[in-house]
Design a protein around this ligand. Structure first.
Ligand code: CTP
Length: 400
């Protein structure tokens, strides 16, 4: 949900500033672009070099650079951001935000920002509960800003009480939730399979296929950016899944089946994009098979059809999508699969098209609905195909 979001992180002079390193790391890992502005005091608590390394951008804390020869453009920074997060927020900066006392770059940037502002205060418990602090926090809320309340626990002073900076994981979850509100799939749970499976012949060999999982990963990203919570059941691949999806790594068709079975009942949409092996060695050898045994064929047994089973279990309101890879009579075979597996939509690929299918960054597909209408999606990057498939699901959801 944070992928591509521009987060301006303001860090103030509190001992909790050490947590801003981990917070920056988590935000970057979730796909956000992070730029950091510090108060001069904050630089005594954490080195700017730590935050610039983690955010991959220079960190700013002064109005000018190079002994006054260039200035740091707070207006540009303020306009750049999708959201300004001040964490940790100290009593001093809180007070300045209320009065507009603009004596450092962080406050100047705050006053220039047109985006939503979120603050996560951190201070000692008596400072936190002081009427002045509480009054200032209420005033910030009246400006339309959001507050991630301090947590209770042991404080740096040795006292116990409310004042600890909210944990970085909690702040990241808060932001993800904030960005997913009002999106078409907000509150919906999506389950996907992607990538190949590996069916062991013996401890060193397996049966697999050329799938890389790129299409499924692009679909997971499109679902996330439309507000869904995503669980991605991923076969063996070197492709990187989105950081804000829950990823379940699997090897065999049976592993994939078990993971899907556990998550399907709670899911609102299920997309089976994995290239699941239809057959698996009936009895994988415990030890490496020797050439001498080579004359013996490997006995295979059928794997379970994950998609067909979920299609049978489907309840009203659940939307189930399958994929079909065909080399001939694509529409006819696609129609058969749609009916036999009780699907709402099938995405038909053919390997005949240049640039489409396994390993490519582009794809060309035909969407076939339950009522037999077809929609052709021209050759384009898999990310764009994924976005169009997700938009198609959103439009046809009421038919599930
Ligand atoms: N699928 C699955 N579990 C399997 C096999 C396939 O979930 N054991 C899913 C795939 O993820 C895909 C669709 O079913 O969404 C593909 O349909 P399938 O009939 O298995 O395709 P093929 O294996 O190509 O079938 P056929 O050999 O009949 O063309």
């Amino acid at each position: 949900m944070l992928a591509g979001k521009k987060i301006l992180l303001g860090v103030c002079g509190s001992i909790a500033a050490y947590k801003s390193a981990y917070l920056t790391r988590l935000l970057v890992k979730a796909g956000a672009e992070v730029r950091v502005v510090m108060t001069p005091d904050a630089t005594s608590f954490i080195g700017p070099i730590t935050l610039s390394t983690l955010s991959q951008y220079p960190v700013l804390w002064q109005f000018t650079n190079d002994e006054g020869a260039t200035w740091n453009n707070h207006v540009e920074l303020g306009l750049w951001a999708d959201l300004m997060l001040i964490a940790p927020l100290t009593a001093t900066t809180l007070s300045k935000m209320n009065t507009g006392l603009c004596d450092n770059l962080l406050v100047a940037t705050y006053l220039s920002a047109k985006c939503p502002v979120v603050v996560a205060p951190a201070m000692d418990l008596d400072m936190y509960r002081h009427p002045s602090t509480q009054y200032n926090l209420e005033r910030l809320q009246s400006f339309g800003h959001h507050i991630i309340a301090a947590e209770s626990g042991e404080l740096a002073s040795g006292l116990e009480g409310q004042g600890r900076l909210a944990e970085p994981e909690k702040i990241v979850a808060w932001l993800s939730n904030f960005f997913s509100k009002d999106l078409p799939l907000s509150g919906k749970k999506a389950l996907l399979t992607a990538g190949p499976t590996r069916e062991p012949i013996d401890p060193v060999r397996y049966i697999s296929n050329h799938s890389t999982g790129k299409m499924g990963i692009a679909l997971a990203e499109a679902l996330l950016s439309n507000g869904a919570q995503v669980t991605l059941v991923l076969g063996p691949t070197t492709e990187t899944p989105p950081a804000d999806a829950t990823v379940i790594r699997t090897e065999t068709a049976e592993d994939m089946y078990k993971a899907v079975k556990d998550h399907f009942p709670q899911s609102d949409v299920f997309i089976a994009s994995a290239a699941v092996a239809d057959f698996t060695p009936a009895q994988p050898a415990q030890h490496k098979r020797k050439k001498a045994e080579g004359g013996n064929p490997i006995a295979l047994s059928r794997t379970r059809d994950i998609l067909a089973e979920m299609g049978q279990q489907k309840r009203a309101g659940q939307f189930v999508v399958g994929f079909a890879l065909e080399t001939q009579h694509a529409l006819q075979y696609g129609q058969q699969k749609l009916q036999e597996k009780n699907l709402d939509l099938i995405v038909i690929n053919t390997l005949e098209d240049e640039g489409a299918g396994f390993g490519h960054d582009t794809n060309k597909v035909v969407l076939l609905d339950k009522d037999n209408t077809t929609t052709e999606l021209a050759l384009q990057p898999k990310r764009e195909i994924a976005e169009q498939i997700v938009q198609h699901i959103i439009q046809h959801w009421h038919e599930a």
